[in-house]
Design a binder for this molecule. Sequence first.
Ligand code: PMP
Length: 389
Amino acid sequence: MEIYCDNAATTAIDPEVAQAMLPFLTTHYGNPSSGHQAGRKVKLAIDQARATVAGIIGASPDEIFFTSGATEANNLALSGTIMTYEISHVITSKIEHKAVLQTLAKHEKEGDIEISFVKLDERGNIDLYHLENLLRANPRTLISLMHGNNEIGNITDIHAISKLSQRYDAIFHTDTTQTIGKLRFDLKEMNIDFLVGSAHKFHGPKGVGFIYINKNQRIKAQILGGGQERGQRGGTENVIGIAGLAKALEIANRDLAANHNKISKLKQYFISKVSIAGIPDICYNGESKSVENSIAGILNVSFPCLSQGSIVKKLDQQGIFVSGGSACSNLTTAGSHVLNAIPCEKDKENVRFSFSKFNTFEEVDHMIRSISRIYHAEPSALLHAAASK
Ligand code: PMP
């Protein structure tokens, strides 16, 4: 039995999505920039996909631009804004995705910007008072704060940030890669300038994503070429991927409430089962244990160190696929920048379980049995020591 419980890393393609992509792999292969019928047919499909995405997030189709994924979309939003508007100050947090942090670090190194990191509380939540103070002190700021954290699942109050951004005349970029198709939001109710998504996080294909660029913003393209995507992103469009992205988002949006309900229950079931599995000293990182304050599918757990080896690797050997964050000091894995930025118990093995609509309660039972077996094979003195800490 194989169990895939790493859905924050990527998800399985929904069979309905695969069906929607098929015609563009076989019959409809025209270049959307070609003026003939074969090209026009494909261009129409891209326009329909654009309208689908726009409709779901409350944008207008001319505010949606397809990219190769969220990494590219984040790069475009940040570098494009910094270079177009000569922004010299950016507010972000230490727990953003590397696609954001590394792009900003590059601009800082090149002398384009100064970065202020907003304070986080002990669970990794944004300190909105500190954010407001930073905004008050720094005119013409770009804010880059993610909606849902990919490691600890924290959900940021983007409504509140959008209000602050408007009040202080800032530009607001938010990475919604982990929340698109999972949490409902409407851009008509918020003042967001840039927002990004990636199809493979919501049961679509890899290598395709999108950026929403508010109609009041036009930024310098970062990939130059044939002027595709209305000049914002050169390169022949990934038509197959775009068809899959739109179908995947349509399905995610259609089934959002049912999926949220099922996935939340899977997480709660895991928490209740693991708490009675006889493993001492487990703790949860960020808000991931909370039903209200975290992405339904993400659970970030710290386990006591094993006397030898890693729990993530032992689970992998048994066909259970989960993600590791930071590791015990007897292992050599580099720590997670997210967990390093919040007070989290050190010298524990950190594991991210991330559930999807395709996971089952039987799989949770199986995972708990496997974890329990791993710990019960440990020398009893070690478990005792962990329990009495
Ligand atoms: N931002 C976040 C929050 C993510 O979780 C990821 C994927 N791990 C990315 C950006 C990058 O997405 P992509 O794989 O589409 O480049």
